[in-house]
Design a protein around this ligand. Sequence first.
Ligand code: DI6
Ligand code: FE
Length: 397
Amino acid sequence: MLLTHATLATMTEGYGLIPDAALALDGDRIAWAGPMADLPAGYRALPEHDCAGRLVTPGLIDCHTHAVFAGHRAVEFELRLKGASYEEVARAGGGILSTVTATRAASEDELLAKALPRVDQLIASGATTIEVKSGYGLTVADELKMLRTARRIGQHRPVTVRTTHLAAHAIPPEFKGNAMGYIAEVARPSLRAAHEEGLVDAVDAFCETIAFSVDELAPLFAEARAIGLPVKLHAEQLTDQGGAAFAARHGALSADHLEYLSDEGIAAMAQAGTVAVILPGAFYTLRETQAPPIQALRMGRVPMAVATDLNPGSSPLASLTLAMNMACTLFRLTPEEALLGTTVNAARALGLTDRGHIAPGLRADLCIWDADHPAELSYRIGATPLSTRIFGGCLDA
Ligand code: DI6
Ligand code: FE
């Protein structure tokens, strides 16, 4: 296929804009990209798709979601509006644990049926790659069920799914007060079993006063290292637990949330090349008032990604473009940083080197937008100007 007359944002250096561009695709790969005038003769006979000046970007990447779960938390939303805090709801057995109860009761088929419409919304906002975490099962069998469901999404929809083991998300009632026991008897064994079944691409955990401390997580990260899986961490979302520095010491792909990130955490992330994943949907939903230290991350040259954190509690958000808008308005990212955050830096946060920008040899995952400037993607509130996607060289029907 040959895309012609595109306004191309290659995302190679900043936007990397090429005004009247052509893009030749060969199977699921990009063969050539550049100005129309320079198109090599050999590509001119390919079947043509005229973009008529529309913006073409890399397919968007949502590098942090909890898209597989059962039930919803609208009642908890209402409780919070009546004055309860997120932590109070969690301590009272609501919060993550109420989703755990619903998810344990659901079959794999039921979980898949509930996840697909959420994934469809992400796809409608331009996603071609999504990460999906476990973490609402909290038994070996239920964590495996979630990861199998996540893998199956990719067989039902034109999207690449990267799966993350997040058994260390909360301490279930049967291990109350025994975080170490839970790590030893559920988190580590489920990780090993998931790895043996080929179900897991990375290991995540929730480092927080209402979840796990860095000391409790150390054996889990050691297990991840032993089986050769990369780690990442929900760090410094509600309080500073030194999670980002701990993750960076383990060579983490990313540290995520980061509202309470310290200067030491930033320095450690910069040194390790750990991506800062910014999640404005959770900040917005929880009415957090402390923004992540964006300017210090910039100064420290820590790459920033933007993701939805799609989950039933703290971020019922299924639009990457709305996440980009929120990152700009709430955290003062520039629209260019926001788009780098859902392309180049999101790929890096997932350890993927074959996507995230536009260059020969990379996957032909692209979005064609009814827009003529990339800032439009972040500028609109809740409206996604997606015209069509190309996934692995195939135009969406
Ligand atoms: N932080 C979050 O924002 C999500 N998980 C986490 O560790 C929230 C998950 C939930 O409330 O269900
Ligand atoms: Fe999360």
